[in-house]
Each structure stands twice: as C-alpha cells, then as structure tokens.
Design a protein around this ligand. Structure first.
Ligand SMILES: [Cu+2]
Length: 89
C-alpha cells in the first residue's frame, strides 16, 4: 500500500467532504480515506496494482471537485489561475 495526499479544490461544507470521501472510498484498492475541509486535503492509502492516482482524480472530478497535481501546491495553483485570467482578459 502506498500513502497519497492530494489537494482538492471547491469543497465548502461537510456534504462536499462526504461526497469526495464517498467517491474516493468506493474505488477498488483504496483504504483509509480522509478528507480535511480546512486544509483541502484528501489522504488515502492505495494499492497500485488495483488503482491509480488518475482514477482517484477522475472520481473526485466526477462528483464536481478539482484535484491539484501532486507537484503543484495550492498557492502555485492560485497563481497559475490568476495568470491565466490575466492572459484571458
Ligand atoms: Cu458542500
């Protein structure tokens, strides 16, 4: 089992947390799912033979939330979004 921790954007209340938790936990090979609303972190253990990080990201996106890449911090993400907005306008 490998431990992973992803940043999830867009959660605003306990029911968002429950949705993300449920979407992640239902995947085969995932255990010990924990979602923290304050830090916007999704942590879990996973069996690499059964499931990939991409699967988890897809599942979270499918219920309406955004997952940041492991290498990108929330601050970098925010910065990138701002830069994209500047370019757009
Ligand atoms: Cu909510």
């Amino acid at each position: 089992m490998k431990h992973e921790n992803l940043s999830v954007k867009g959660m605003t209340c306990a029911s968002c947390v429950a949705s993300v938790e449920k979407a992640t936990a239902k995947l085969d090979g995932i255990t010990n799912v924990n979602v923290n609303l304050t830090t916007e972190k999704l942590t879990f253990d996973y069996d690499m033979d059964k499931v990939s990080i991409e699967d988890v990201k897809k599942a979270v996106k499918a219920v309406g939330y955004e997952v940041l890449t492991e290498t990108e911090t929330a601050d970098e993400h925010q910065l990138r979004k701002e830069q994209e907005n500047i370019t757009y306008f």
